[in-house]
Design a protein around this ligand. Structure first.
Ligand code: PSV
Ligand code: MN
Length: 397
């Protein structure tokens, strides 16, 4: 049973916790080998905002939606004002802007790292336009993910490509407004299978530093080698003031985009613990964008998103109640068993009553999934969208 003090600590932690939803998680997206069309999937940007708005209404902690420029702004900058209004109409705001420099045919051999200056310019122009979109939508963060790399040894000059990346990122950084940030994501593989230009957090960190002070690293939990210690990366990036945000998802094999904490909940707990420990030691909140990056091919998209947010809140709550004073003493004395038990105790605690109490105090449903199922929303959108979804040629957006 939780103590009153623990319940209070959890309430304060949840007050501060926000997690951003991805617009692409509500549409008929899926794996690279295909997708199973869902009758209720969103068929337009407006429907994505509407679905995200439902999740926010029920959970109270996801007021912003990350968008992908090519998929949500078909006319680019011209769509910015209307898209902003569309989000607000559904009770959410536009969050991180994701440029797309991987889908067009010209990007076969890369974008900012392409040996062809014309392709590098096209990629940079798209990123600069995305920054203008971000200004109009009131978005703070530009999330950058590059597929750049090569699939066969010796086919590309790795150092030249690195230099072109520095150049392109610097020019992008120069266009930011004072409050905006560039978040640079890394991934060791896919679609390039020999080398990826931004393959790990070290490359991302060095490129971000070269780009400018408002460029930070974006950690996507699915983008690591097996067994890599992600919480150590988090601790280092925090210490270097270089952790910009997370793309949360879980995986068993590669970048599987599975539901957060569905495979390894303790890993997410350890990540949140490192953040909480940093905040406790520095006395200031870490300036981190928590974002979901999942595409659900099998589960119902809105239900899964509610499950994701609920799980994130619960694990965040567990990390909040680690007895950090006690832990610090045990760490200093190298009391291995006692130190580890501090984490295990908090992880094992049943925080659900405190999470429910927090929801009650905010006028939210105690069980958001049940409330969603009782709301009739799913039945309505299924009726409205089934025909469109069945008729549509599967599209990634
Ligand atoms: C790539 O695997 C990634 O993690 C990037 O963040 C993209 O923007 C997102 O998934 C959607 O494809
Ligand atoms: Mn990602």
């Amino acid at each position: 049973m939780l103590s009153d003090r623990q319940t209070e600590v959890i309430g304060k932690a949840l007050d501060a916790f926000r997690i951003e939803l991805p617009s692409w998680g509500f549409a008929n997206t899926g794996t690279r080998f295909g997708k199973f069309i869902q009758d209720a999937a969103a068929t337009s940007t407006e429907e994505k905002f509407s679905d995200a708005g439902q999740v926010h209404k029920l959970t109270g902690c996801c007021p912003t939606v990350a968008v992908h420029v090519l998929w949500d702004f078909p006319r680019g900058l011209k769509d910015a004002a209307a898209t902003r209004a569309m989000a607000e109409k559904h009770g959410v705001r536009v969050g991180a802007i994701n440029p797309n420099v991987f889908q067009d045919q010209i990007y076969k051999h890369g974008s900012l790292g392409n040996p062809d200056p014309a392709v590098r310019k096209a990629a940079l122009d798209h990123i600069l336009e995305s920054i203008e979109i971000a200004k109009q939508t009131g978005s703070r963060d530009l999330s950058l993910w590059f597929t750049d790399g090569s699939s066969y040894p010796g086919t590309q000059n790795i150092r030249h490509r690195r230099q072109w990346f520095i150049q392109g990122l610097k020019e992008s950084h120069d266009r930011l407004e004072a409050h905006q940030r560039l978040l640079v994501e890394y991934k060791p593989f896919e679609p390039a299978f020999y080398h990826t230009d931004i393959a790990d957090w070290g490359m991302s960190l060095l490129l971000s530093r070269a780009a400018g002070s408002r460029a930070k690293v974006l950690v996507d939990t699915g983008h690591h080698y097996q067994a890599q210690n992600i919480e150590q990366i988090v601790a280092w990036l925090l210490a270097e003031d270089m952790l910009g945000g997370f793309h949360f998802n879980d995986r068993r094999y590669a970048d599987d985009d599975l539901t957060i904490a569905s495979i390894d909940p303790y890993q997410l707990f350890r990540i949140f613990h490192e953040v909480a420990l940093y905040e406790w030691e520095t006395g200031a909140p870490a300036d981190i964008a928590y974002m979901v990056d999942q595409s659900h091919n099998l589960k119902g998209k809105i239900e899964e998103m509610i499950q994701t947010v609920n799980t994130a809140q619960e694990i965040y709550a567990k990390a909040a109640i680690v007895d950090r004073e006690k832990l610090a003493v045990h760490q200093t004395r190298c009391d291995l068993v006692d130190a580890e038990e501090c984490l295990k105790e908090a992880f094992a605690a049943d925080v659900r009553p405190a999470v429910r109490e927090w929801r009650r105090s905010k006028g939210l449903a105690e069980d958001p999934l049940k409330a969603f199922r009782e709301s009739g929303y799913l039945e309505r959108i299924t009726r409205e969208r089934a025909e469109k979804n069945r008729g549509a040629v599967a599209s990634y957006a």
